[in-house]
Design a protein around this ligand. Sequence first.
Ligand SMILES: [Zn+2]
Ligand SMILES: [Zn+2]
Length: 236
Amino acid sequence: MELFVQAKKLGQSLLDLIFPISCLICGEDGSYLCDKCRTELPRLANQQCLVCQTPSPFGKTHVACKTKNTIDGSISALPYKDRNVHKIIETFKYNFVSDLSAPLASLLIDEIEKQGLKNYFQEFILIPTPLHQRRFNWRGFNQAHLLAEALSKKLEINIDNQLIQRTKFTQPQIKLNADERKRNMANAFELTKDATNKKLLVVDDVVTSGSTANELAKLLKRGHASEIWIVSVAHG
Ligand SMILES: [Zn+2]
Ligand SMILES: [Zn+2]
C-alpha cells in the first residue's frame, strides 16, 4: 500500500514537472485557481428562477412558475458567460482537472452563505447529477460528485450517490438549442430508491437552460420527494 502511495506521488511529481500547475487566469504557480483570482471572479448579480430564467429572491422558483413537477429553487455562484469562468469550468469538466473542485466548491459555499441558506439546507441530502457509466469510465471521475463531497464536508450534510442513475447516454447539452436540450434530457434518469418525503439538493457544475435540473425535479417529484433544489457553480 505504502509503495503504491509513493509511486503515485512520484507519478504526480513527474507530471508536475512536465505540466507545472499554474493559475488558469494569472499564471501564478502552485494551483489552478489562485486565491486572488478566485476572490476577484465576477459573481452572479442575482439568483434566478430556473423555470422562467428571471431574477427571484434566494433563487426560489416563482409561485406563478411552479407546477407539481418543477424544481423548487436554484443557487449558482458565477456567470458562465464570463471568459475566465468559462475557461475554469471547461478545464474542470473536459480536461480532467479534479483539483479545481475545492476552490469551486468554496465559491458555491460563499454564495449559499450569502443567500442565508446554509441552515435551510441542513435537512437536505446532496445528490450529485449522475454521469452515464460510459462517460464516467472515460472521464474517470464525476465532477458533480467531487463538488458534492466538498459541500458535504462544509455543510455537514450527507450525499446519496445511488438515488438516481443515468440510463440514457445523452449528447453534451452545450451544442444544442433549448428544445433539443429538453428532448435530449427526456427520460435520461431513473430512480433506484424510494425518495418519499426527502429534501434533495442536486449538485451540478453548470446550469444553462435548466432542462437537466427540471428533468431531475420531475423524476424526484413523481417519486414523492418533498423539496428539490439545485446548486451549481455557474449559470448562463
Ligand atoms: Zn491567479
Ligand atoms: Zn419564474
